[in-house]
Design a binder for this molecule. Structure first.
Ligand code: E4P
Length: 218
């Protein structure tokens, strides 16, 4: 399973990219608003950091023709741009059109398997089921990843599953075990994934033993 970073914060993207662990970036209007910067300038800067990796940038219109217009402008910003489209009838129409234009899409705000199947059939490059927001309403978000993974596998559907709305390292590992292609994770979760108390304790022990070993320094 690949990891994308879910943020519009360019410093976080730079740090995650420097770690060599991310294969793409996802943003959404809320994440863009949080940074308080120009949308297009932000996306251009993300392109300058990650190059041709997939970068999801979302359209704002709810009407297919306008979505296509907005998406084409976004797609011009870089080869890796993936137009993020909401899971609605208009979104599906736009997804079909983007597919015909050779523009990659990420159908977002998916909360059920029927939605994922429709998005895939409209030609979505990626589908984004939101696990954390399902957990928030007392449903088991990971059940959705399990169902979509099975359906896509049985029917040889090539749309990639991005596990989205990831809140914990457990979400990441469950998504990997269930066969998701990608998990898009906040920088904070990447940091949490690096940590284990026994790693910290092990480093302390090695350094303490080294101190007592009277070795010359490097
Ligand atoms: C991903 O594409 C979404 O933008 C994101 O994961 C949503 O996460 P949230 O539910 O934490 O806002």
């Amino acid at each position: 399973m690949k990891l994308f970073i879910d943020t519009a914060n360019v410093e976080e993207i730079r740090k995650a990219h420097d770690l060599g662990v991310i294969a793409g970036v996802t943003t959404n209007p809320s994440l863009i608003a949080k940074e308080g910067r120009d949308f297009f300038a932000t996306v251009k800067e993300i392109v300058s950091i990650v190059g041709n990796m997939p970068i999801s940038a979302e359209v704002i219109s709810l009407q297919a023709d306008e979505m296509v217009e907005q998406g084409r402008k976004l797609a011009d910003l870089g080869e890796g741009i993936v137009v993020k489209v909401p899971m609605t009838e208009e979104g599906l129409k736009a997804t079909k059109r983007f597919t015909e234009l050779g523009i990659k899409t990420n159908v977002t705000l998916i909360f059920s398997s029927p939605q994922a199947l429709l998005a895939a059939r409209a030609g979505a490059t990626y589908v984004s089921p939101f696990v954390g927001r399902l957990d928030d309403i007392n449903q088991v978000g990971m059940n959705l990843i399990k169902e979509i993974s099975q359906i896509f596998k049985v029917h040889n559907i090539t749309s990639e599953i991005i596990t989205a709305s990831v809140r914990t390292t457990t979400h990441v590992i469950d998504a990997a075990l269930l066969g998701a292609d990608i998990a898009t994770v906040p920088y904070k979760v990447i940091q949490q994934m690096t940590k284990h108390p026994l790693t910290d304790a092990g480093i302390q022990r090695f350094l303490a033993d080294w101190e007592g070993a009277n070795q010359s320094v490097f």
